[in-house]
Design a protein around this ligand. Structure first.
Ligand SMILES: *[C@@H]1O[C@H](CO)[C@@H](O)[C@H](O)[C@H]1NC(C)=O
Ligand SMILES: *[C@@H]1O[C@H](CO)[C@@H](O)[C@H](O)[C@H]1NC(C)=O
Ligand SMILES: *[C@@H]1O[C@H](CO)[C@@H](O)[C@H](O)[C@H]1NC(C)=O
Ligand SMILES: *[C@@H]1O[C@H](CO)[C@@H](O)[C@H](O)[C@H]1NC(C)=O
Length: 321
């Protein structure tokens, strides 16, 4: 009796501990994961912004007595080999009322307006080629085409560096991007357009035509498909990655919880044994001083004093015949 209440009292703090550990697994682990990916994201965004600034500089160098509305291919520094750049200078009014029918992969409709207003602007084209993944890393997706960028800058000073981007917006219809050499995807895979704004926002959308994406803002775009992880075939699509991550976290928590439970079980058993041993010692002491009969039941364990007193009568019976 006395011992049993002791046992359950011992279990209460253990349960509390178990619950708190489970909470730790369920909430701390995902937030830690999110935090680590956030710090990574901000550093890669900074690198991408620094790249934009360098490419603006190098694209402007392509202008030598530039004509309006003419495309000039730029040359990138040798440590960015694989990136292609171009620049086109336009009057703001011409952009708004006529658009640009073909600027590399971009098709700019009428009704595109920059903010703040400038009289002349420069559209800088970027094709990041094999540098795409480095500056715009993907988590659960794979690029099927290089990342392309179209950014607008003030075109009044063609030797300017570190210019802020102008905010471009298409009011009459979207800017269309027809990607060249898009990689083919396995049967059943879905292709999506991905769009990165200049502040780290990422959006996915459906293709608007074969190999074509559209946007009403400036930024960087590409075509992606969801990565297929080798062990599991991808039967479901929308949000599969985040689901499997959640499942792994749950499995981790359960396994952790079970391991903890086992540990606590061992602890409880050990504590019981200790208590028992103590009780037994006490009883032995009591038996020695002739008070054994007062302490008979000790849970389901055999106390030496009890066995002695119970078996005494049977011993006498054996001697009778
Ligand atoms: C993200 O962080 C890990 C280390 O935490 C690092 O190895 C990796 O290069 C980072 N990724 C990017 C794209 O910076
Ligand atoms: C390329 O070299 C320049 C110095 O010439 C350096 O500032 C820049 O970080 C380098 N870029 C890369 C991507 O290595
Ligand atoms: C891209 O390819 C060029 C060669 O075409 C190479 O010099 C460069 O290092 C590559 N960049 C990356 C990030 O692999
Ligand atoms: C994208 O296309 C799929 C079908 O291919 C459709 O179910 C989904 O609603 C579309 N999404 C948007 C945002 O249009």
């Amino acid at each position: 009796m006395n011992f049993n209440t002791g046992g359950s009292l011992l279990l209460l703090p253990s349960l509390a501990m178990l619950v708190s550990f489970l909470c730790l697994f369920l909430f701390l682990v995902p937030t830690l994961l999110a935090q680590s990916s956030n710090t990574n994201a901000s550093s890669t965004r900074a690198a991408a912004r620094a790249l934009d600034a360098r490419l603006q500089d190098y694209a402007y160098r392509a202008f030598v007595q530039p004509k309006t509305g003419v495309l000039y291919n730029g040359v990138v520094p040798s440590n960015l080999t694989g990136v292609q750049i171009a620049a086109m200078r336009l009057r703001s009014g011409s952009l708004r009322t006529r658009g640009v029918a073909m600027y590399k992969e971009f098709q700019i409709p009428i009704g595109v307006v920059e903010q703040p207003y400038v009289e002349r602007l420069v559209l800088v084209y970027q094709n990041l080629g094999n540098w795409s993944l480095q500056y715009y890393p993907l988590q659960k997706y794979t690029y099927l085409a290089p990342v392309l960028g179209l950014l607008a800058y003030d075109g009044s000073d063609l030797s300017a560096k570190n210019l802020p981007e102008l905010d471009l917006r298409a009011f009459r219809g979207p800017i269309k991007i027809r990607f060249l050499n898009v990689e083919s995807v396995p049967e059943g895979s879905v292709r999506k357009c991905i769009w990165f704004d200049l502040h780290g926002l990422v959006e996915f959308s459906n293709l608007t035509a074969p190999n074509e994406c559209s946007t009403i803002h400036q930024g960087h775009l590409s075509i992606v498909t969801e990565s297929i992880s080798p062990p599991t075939p991808p039967p479901e699509r929308e949000g599969r990655g985040s689901n499997s991550k959640r499942i792994w976290i749950i499995i981790g928590s359960v396994v952790g919880g079970v391991a903890l439970l086992a540990l606590l079980g061992i602890l409880v058993i050990w504590a019981r044994k200790c208590k028992q041993r103590k009780k037994m010692q006490e009883m032995e002491k009591a038996a020695d001083s002739g008070e054994a009969l007062h302490m008979t039941t000790v849970g389901d364990t055999k106390a030496p004093s009890a066995t002695v007193t119970r078996t005494k009568p049977t011993l006498e019976d054996e001697y009778v015949p």
